[in-house]
Design a protein around this ligand. Sequence first.
Ligand SMILES: NC(=O)c1ccc[n+]([C@@H]2O[C@H](COP(=O)([O-])OP(=O)(O)OC[C@H]3O[C@@H](n4cnc5c(N)ncnc54)[C@H](O)[C@@H]3O)[C@@H](O)[C@H]2O)c1
Length: 496
Amino acid sequence: MSSIISSLPFDPTLTYINGEWVGSSNSQTSSIKNPATGQVIATVSESTTSDLDAAVQAAHEAFYSGAWVNTYSGAQRRDALLALATSIEANRQALEHLESLNTGKPIRDVRVELDDTIDLFRHFAGYADKVEGRHIAAQTNAGLEGYTVKVPVGVVGFINAFNYPLCLLAWKVAPALAAGCTVVFKPGPQTPLTTLFFAHLLHSTGRFPAGVFNVVLGGVAVGQALVDHDLVDKIGFTGSVATGKHVIRSTASTARVRATSVELGGKSPGVVMPDADLQRTAELVISGCMNNTGMNCNALTRLWVHRSIYAEFLPLLKAAAEKIVLGVPQSEDTEMGPLIDRRQMDRVLEYIRIGIEEDKAQLLTGDSSHRVGQEGYWVRPTVFQNVDPQARIATEEIFGPVLSVLQPFDSLDNVIEIERKSEFGLAAGIFTRNHGDIARFTRRMRCGTIWVNNYNALYSYLPFGGFRNSGFGRELGYESFDGYLATKAIIDDITY
Ligand SMILES: NC(=O)c1ccc[n+]([C@@H]2O[C@H](COP(=O)([O-])OP(=O)(O)OC[C@H]3O[C@@H](n4cnc5c(N)ncnc54)[C@H](O)[C@@H]3O)[C@@H](O)[C@H]2O)c1
């Protein structure tokens, strides 16, 4: 067993339900692997549907007893979340090493994710004491006054993707707890370890009543049971389009419908205009695509390059891709780690094969047989050029380090028209100093985030989410906090 696992301050074979550490009710377990080596690093419990039921009942009781939202004032919830942020900060080194070991992420990237995680808890703590409604003065001479009251939506069931375990947990849990909701959280089955560490830290603050935060572990069966449970008031889902659509259908077939927010996949375009700083843009595009080994919902994977600079730009792109350092994730020099598991690696290699064989693109760089060490799930940064915009590698989400540089374009307006019809609408980027082009692009593109002369920067205070098949609902920003509140209208006859 790795020394990181043996020195954890909690028992990873248990999970956290109703303020206690418990095993699976049928002792079922699953193995967690280090994606860099393929070796098993830990055994965790698999929650059963009866464990899930216990977690939801606990969250329901904690919510409806008022233990979190009534007994605790907004200011107390704020202080609890601030204490939690301080505790995460005090334990950040151990969390970073655990996250890097479980995900294969380069340690320097995980540090940025820990910065974000801590910031997210502090940011949303600031909203906890600022739940506000509106007052509407009497509209008629009948003396009726109206005002709105915002209340937490209740029990939120969260289902997370594997790719940013701790950071996406913070995206979800920080605003939900700040709003006064209680939570049942299911991490991606491949990457549960920092979620358990987080539960340990939350428990250790002594500021969160039992049942306010609960963890269930496993895959499809427990996820589905969470979506279907009648005591869940809202589902927050992050994952693929196929699973997301299934989740939406399921929440509509339960006895009581419930609010749903789904953050799904993407195939985000970038546009390089003739006046772009080509060297800088090549590096931004490559990191925009290859960051997190391409397992990034908003990865820049469809690149439009203007005809007038195509020949000059592509060698810069190739050089930027080839200089990325793959290696042991815990080494300070490593810039790119492995894919999460064999299934994901096989999927990416299959797309690279399709790209080569479909005859709608040419391979510019990439070596599909690359390995770092004998085991592990490694694929080198891969770039295709002259890609037909309809090719499969140009239209389907690969979720790996594969960039499609499309055939050269002449008109930005045509690009916008094509992209407005895309299946996805998560993000886009444009590289130019021309203000008119920036204005046309940012106003006409139909997607949730648009980066201008940068890519991938996200902030606690700006919302993130999709159009079309990239999902609905917003995470981050005030918009996400508001998504955990329901509005009541009160009409008061002041003459009575
Ligand atoms: N838009 C975003 O914010 C965002 C962020 C990260 C990842 N993603 C997307 O996530 C996908 C990759 O993640 P993944 O492979 O973990 O996705 P996935 O859809 O396979 O799984 C997502 C989660 O759903 C659970 N699940 C599976 N079947 C379920 C069911 N029937 N009911 C309830 N839960 C179920 C899984 O166990 C996992 O926790 C990509 O498509 C990526 O674009 C989106």
